[in-house]
Design a protein around this ligand. Structure first.
Ligand code: C2E
Ligand code: MG
Ligand code: MG
Length: 533
């Protein structure tokens, strides 16, 4: 504007009564162009500054917010928590709480309905949390299915109210891509300064409280230092396990499985034992999950396979030859060399693949069906049977199950142990047997502890039983005693039935029903399943 003004006054002064002053005019044009140039530069510069600010904001957004839910991410959550900590250190805050919560059974949703549905569900959960508008709370998505919340108080009552609010928000089932899904969250709470004086400790303790809430299925859990003793014990066990893997001091026990339809067949489930001092064992329920966290489980699985197939080769010489079930873990499903390893073992020991069944838990199989499929198909090609273990405890889809070449479904013992007193479990077991038979699978009931349960299972048309009623898992010496008794009983039963058959033949009595018939050509002998050994 200054240049333009100068130019106008120059023209005015010089054009009044003199001839055209070219020099002044030229100067004015230069001044005008200069003015325009400066205007242009200012314009371009402010545009660039705008763009720089916008792109910086986008980088900040990307750096601090989660793409899927638009919630602050873990980094931002952490920074915010540090601010709260500083405020508490400056005495402008009395205390604060970190809440860590994840979606229960989210792996199942991802595995069965796909990651797309899983993502859509996370978005819906985030929207419900957002509208809650928790007073003074800072919400973030801090992991796959994990949300974090910072509250500027550590008062138990206030925290309890907020968590109730969150649970209420999840009560209505979610409609996601045509599916109706029930979602629950397991929150774990750690407060400053009671449960930690730095953010790392607080986060770790809130995380550990979250696992306690999950395990105990409580609405939420506040960090309890005693649970850290468990963590410490686990660390100790982990170190011991690493040492044990050098010498493999494990033993293999076997638990009998009886066929209720064809009494001439029996099986054994191989169960690993880790001897401790004075005839005690570290429970596989403790050390197998630890081994599953690393590749240690692969070494263990191969050890079990080798032992069991060697034992099978030995038992083949007996008149009664059992089949053997072996448990596989999630990590074994990624081991593409495993089928060939098993095939070689079977060939070396002259054992038929039909003598072997591999058990994969329902949760493992369903948490990633695509991962399980190639290995399962390859094992079936070899002729090895596949069983779904602990059926009923996972998030299963029968349609997916039907796509797998499964021979056996093992109903989890939580449905069997109280079968006499639980009408709902009776319905579940009866329908599972019906559906499994429809899919061409046999059904094994795990955890059979009483004769009454055996009768009910017979009524439900269940195929096989396993449990303390028949026998606990046995070491090899005790197992050979059990097998001897089993053979003797079977021989008596067989000769009785042969006698009956002869009498029926001579007296022209109609033949026995199919289930009572004896496969005369087989070397295997019948037994009474109700006998408690
Ligand atoms: P699982 O495969 O479901 O094995 C059955 C478990 O139920 C065994 O526990 C067995 O002792 C127990 N059981 C059997 N009948 C009854 C009964 O009537 N009542 C009760 N209360 N329990 C009964 P165990 O041997 O402690 O094994 C626990 C789990 O550890 C197994 O569950 C399996 O998931 C895992 N496991 C055991 N051995 C191995 C192994 O060699 N490899 C792998 N990957 N996992 C194993
Ligand atoms: Mg099993
Ligand atoms: Mg089981």
């Amino acid at each position: 504007m200054f240049f333009v003004g100068a130019y106008l006054s120059l023209i005015y002064l010089n054009l009044l009564d003199t001839p055209v002053p070219y020099l002044e005019l030229f100067t004015s044009v230069i001044m005008l162009s200069g003015g325009l140039f400066v205007l242009l530069v200012i314009n371009i510069t402010s545009d660039s500054i705008d763009r720089i600010i916008k792109s910086q904001m986008a980088v900040m957004q990307k750096d601090s917010y989660d793409d899927l839910t638009q919630f602050p991410n873990r980094k931002f959550f952490y920074q915010h928590a540090v601010e709260y900590l500083n405020r508490a250190l400056n005495n402008s805050l009395n205390g604060f709480a970190l809440v860590v919560m994840d979606l229960d059974h989210f792996k199942g949703v991802n595995g069965v309905l796909g990651h797309h549905t899983g993502d859509a569900l996370l978005k819906s959960v985030a929207s419900r949390l957002k509208v809650l508008d928790i007073k003074d709370g800072f919400l973030a998505r801090i992991g796959g299915d994990e949300f974090g919340l910072i509250l500027p108080y550590s008062d138990a009552k206030q925290i309890d109210e907020v968590i109730s609010q969150i649970h209420e928000a999840m009560e209505t089932p979610f409609r996601v891509e045509g599916h109706t899904l029930n979602v629950s969250l397991s929150p774990g709470v750690a407060t400053y300064p009671e449960h930690g004086i730095n953010i790392d400790d607080l986060l770790m303790h809130a995380d550990s409280a979250m696992y306690t809430a999950k395990q105990k299925q409580t609405p939420y859990s506040v960090y309890d230092p005693r649970s850290s003793a468990v963590t410490y014990h686990q660390l100790e066990l982990q170190v011991m396990l690493q040492q044990a893997l050098q010498t493999m001091p494990f033993e293999l026990y076997y638990q009998p499985i009886l066929d209720m339809k064809n009494e001439s067949i029996f099986g054994l489930e191989a169960l690993i034992r880790w001897p401790k001092e004075k005839g005690k064992f570290v429970s596989p329920e403790l050390f197998i999950p630890l081994a599953e966290k690393t590749d240690a489980i692969r070494k263990i699985s191969r050890w079990v396979l080798q032992q069991a197939i060697t034992d099978l080769a030995e038992w083949q010489k007996l008149p009664l030859c059992p089949t053997v079930n072996i448990n596989l873990s999630a990590r074994d499903l990624d081991d593409h060399t495993l089928p060939d390893y098993i095939n070689d073992l079977l060939a070396t020991h002259g054992v038929s693949p039909s003598q072997l069944t591999l058990e994969i838990t329902e949760t493992t199989m369903m948490s990633n069906p695509e991962r399980a499929r190639p290995l399962v198909n390859r094992l079936r090609q070899i002729g090895i049977s596949i069983a779904v273990d602990d059926f009923g405890t996972g998030f299963s889809s029968l349609s997916i199950l039907s796509e797998f070449p499964i021979s056996e479904i093992k109903i989890d013992r939580s449905f069997i142990s109280d079968l006499e007193n639980s009408p709902s479990h009776q319905t579940i077991v009866r329908s599972t047997v019906y559906l499994a038979h429809g899919l061409g699978c046999r059904v094994v009931a795990e955890g059979v502890e009483t004769a009454e349960i055996v009768s009910l299972l017979e009524e439900f048309d269940c195929d096989k039983i396993q449990g303390y009623h028949l026998s606990r898992p046995l070491c090899k010496d005790d197992l050979s005693d059990w097998m001897n008794k089993f053979s003797q009983t079977s021989l008596v039963n067989l000769s009785e039935k042969l006698e009956q058959k002869k009498r029926r033949h001579f007296n022209n009595i109609p033949p026995l029903p199919y289930s009572e018939q004896i496969p005369l050509s087989t070397e295997c002998l019948p037994v009474s399943p109700k006998k408690n050994h």
